[in-house]
Write a protein that binds this ligand. Structure first.
Ligand code: HEM
Length: 253
């Protein structure tokens, strides 16, 4: 069991890291030849991080367009964030000493339930709202069910079939330090961990990549200054006619 899960863990981690880096590289090198910031957009370079922060922290655009979907999505993402922070303790020896983390431990027990409720809410919307059902495809349901499976098995492992966390931590730290230790072969952990490995492998090929893609989205990361500053794409700037235009163009109109 240990050999099997150690091999699977390294394979999944490799697919995840290589896939993620390859996708981010592709996003970063994809040209954005047009000025298409979604207005109202920041009119200065320094305003862009603020806009991105409002999207990342409170999903501002979604909030303005669909409050019900926003609530479901926000619940899920907050639960996920808390769950991920909680899991840090499996990866680092001295995590309990991190300042501020003790405050978090008071509320940590809500992570799993919040994540599961948000996911079930999202799943329900796809079943009961016609517009959602109409655009839903198999991978949407698969992803939601996979995440529900991870959250529910996590909650069971925490509250009902208590797994041996010392063994879990030893195993996870063994993986990250490249000195594999015994796998905690408790059924609920086997299911939780297997689903997590599946998620890692699937992540770079799925719509979950929106987590990184958001930062490369021209509608969100561009400055709204098409009149003040002419946008010339690198390949266009190289053409002789364009060089003239660029050189003669006034800085502002
Ligand atoms: C190395 C990978 C992982 C390991 C070894 C692991 C292990 C565990 C263990 C042992 C528990 C129950 C014990 C506890 O927290 O007190 C747990 C709970 C949980 N896990 Fe994981 N997990 C992993 C990755 C993930 C991922 C990627 C997610 C989310 C996508 C996740 C979501 C959850 C949730 C929601 C809970 C319930 C937490 C709660 O209700 O407080 N896990 N996990």
């Amino acid at each position: 069991m240990t050999v099997l899960f150690v091999i699977l863990a390294y394979l999944a981690a490799t697919v995840f890291i290589v896939g993620l880096v390859a996708k981010v590289w592709k996003y970063a090198t994809t040209p954005a030849p047009l000025k298409i910031p979604q207005t109202p957009a920041p009119v200065t370079e320094t305003g862009v991080p603020g806009r991105m922060l409002s999207e990342v922290a409170v999903f501002k655009s979604l909030f303005k367009s669909n409050r019900v979907l926003w609530l479901a999505a926000y619940l899920f993402h907050i639960g996920l964030l808390l769950a991920v922070i909680k899991h840090f303790r499996f990866f680092f020896a001295g995590i309990a000493a991190v300042p501020g983390l003790s405050v978090f431990t008071t509320y940590e027990m809500y992570a799993g339930p919040i994540m599961a409720i948000g996911l079930l809410f999202l799943l329900m919307l796809r079943f009961v709202v016609d517009r959602h059902a109409y655009i839903s495809v198999m991978s949407d349901y698969f992803l939601l069910l996979l995440l529900v499976g991870i959250a529910v098995t996590g909650v069971i492992a925490k509250h009902f079939l208590r797994v041996d966390l010392v063994q879990v931590k030893t195993f996870v730290m063994g993986i990250v330090s490249f000195s594999p230790q015994a796998f905690p072969a408790e059924p609920i952990f086997i299911i939780h961990f297997s689903l997590v490995l599946l998620l890692l492998v699937y992540f770079p090929f799925s719509k979950l990549m929106h987590a990184a893609g958001l930062f490369f989205s021209p509608t969100r990361n561009q400055v709204d200054n098409p009149r003040e500053k002419r946008l010339v794409t690198p390949w266009a700037a190289e053409t002789p006619a364009q060089v003239e235009v660029v050189e003669e163009a006034p800085e502002t109109i």
